[in-house]
Every structure is written in structure tokens, then in C-alpha cells.
Write a protein that binds this ligand. Sequence first.
Ligand SMILES: CC(C)(COP(=O)(O)OP(=O)(O)OC[C@H]1O[C@@H](n2cnc3c(N)ncnc32)[C@H](O)[C@@H]1OP(=O)(O)O)[C@@H](O)C(=O)NCCC(=O)NCCS
Length: 147
Amino acid sequence: MKTIDLKKEIRYIEQYIALRNNYSDLLLTNPINKNDTLKWFKNKKIEIRGIIEREELIGIVILYINKGGEVTIFVKDKHRGLGKQLISIVEKIAKENNLCFIYAWVLKDNNNAKKLFEKCGFSQEGVEFKKYNEILFEGIQYKKFLC
Ligand SMILES: CC(C)(COP(=O)(O)OP(=O)(O)OC[C@H]1O[C@@H](n2cnc3c(N)ncnc32)[C@H](O)[C@@H]1OP(=O)(O)O)[C@@H](O)C(=O)NCCC(=O)NCCS
């Protein structure tokens, strides 16, 4: 297993797109394509790390420095400890970028994500609604202070 900077290892882009689109419903994001993703990779205020196992992309964490430390995380196979590993990776990058906290928005019924953030020392900041395709979704904002 190894960690990569996805922006520097473009050959994994198709796997990234497939994995991300698989979770559109939980992440409340519209399906992405290769052209848009390549453009998005040029944003210097976004860090993307992946975990690779035998040439397969099995986990991703995104740090939105441009949004003050928002984190998005998703894995191919759950309950293998990949989520925890990705959180420790993103904490390190956030500190390197002088962020004093990181945060994530989780759908109210997304128990896997809620457990992950709670196990990793995030606290619930409160309920926050997000509008996606004209529908309001209830979620929880999680936050962890790093300094
Ligand atoms: C959320 C997600 C990233 C978690 O990844 P994961 O690799 O399964 O998490 P881990 O295996 O590292 O689990 C972390 C901890 O949470 C616990 N946990 C995770 N899901 C759990 C569940 N459903 N019930 C009880 N405990 C759970 C694990 O037991 C582990 O604790 P432990 O080490 O003490 O056993 C994964 O479910 C996922 O990709 N979901 C889809 C995308 C998503 O919802 N992202 C969140 C929005 S940003």
C-alpha cells in the first residue's frame, strides 16, 4: 500500500472518477467527468491524496484549503481502517498548510462517516442543511482542531 498525490499521478484519474461518482448520493455532488476533473486539479488550494494497493485506487481524501479546511473522504472497501488512515494523512497536510482545524459535512443518516469522524476525534458542530438539485438535505458538521 502506498499514498500518492493524485494531481501528480494522473494515470489514476479514471479510477478516481469512478470511485467519486459511486458516492454522488452521499457526497451530494453531480457526476464528474475527465475534462472537468483535469481542470479542477489545477486549483492549487486543493490537495488530493489517494491510497494505492496493487495499482488500484482504494481510498481518497480531499482537503479544500480554499474552503478553510473542508475534508471529503471516500474508500473502495469499507471497514479496513482506510478511513482512519486517510484522516491522519489529511491532518498532516492541513498542519503543513497552517490550518488550525478541519471540518466535514455528513448526511444525517450516513452512519459509517459519522462513526469514522467520531472515532478520529472530531466533534459535532451542529446541524447544517445543504441544497442539492433543489432539495434540502439535513447533515451534521464535524470539526477537529489541530492547534
Ligand atoms: C466514511 C468512510 C470513508 C469510512 O471509511 P472506512 O475505511 O470504512 O473507515 P475505517 O475502517 O477507518 O473505520 C474507522 C472507525 O470507524 C468505525 N466504523 C466505521 N463504520 C462503522 C459502522 N458502520 N459501525 C460501527 N463502527 C464503524 C470502525 O470500526 C473504525 O473504528 P475502530 O478502528 O475502532 O474499529 C466510508 O464509509 C466511505 O467511503 N463512505 C462513503 C463516502 C462518505 O460517506 N464520505 C463521508 C463524507 S465526507
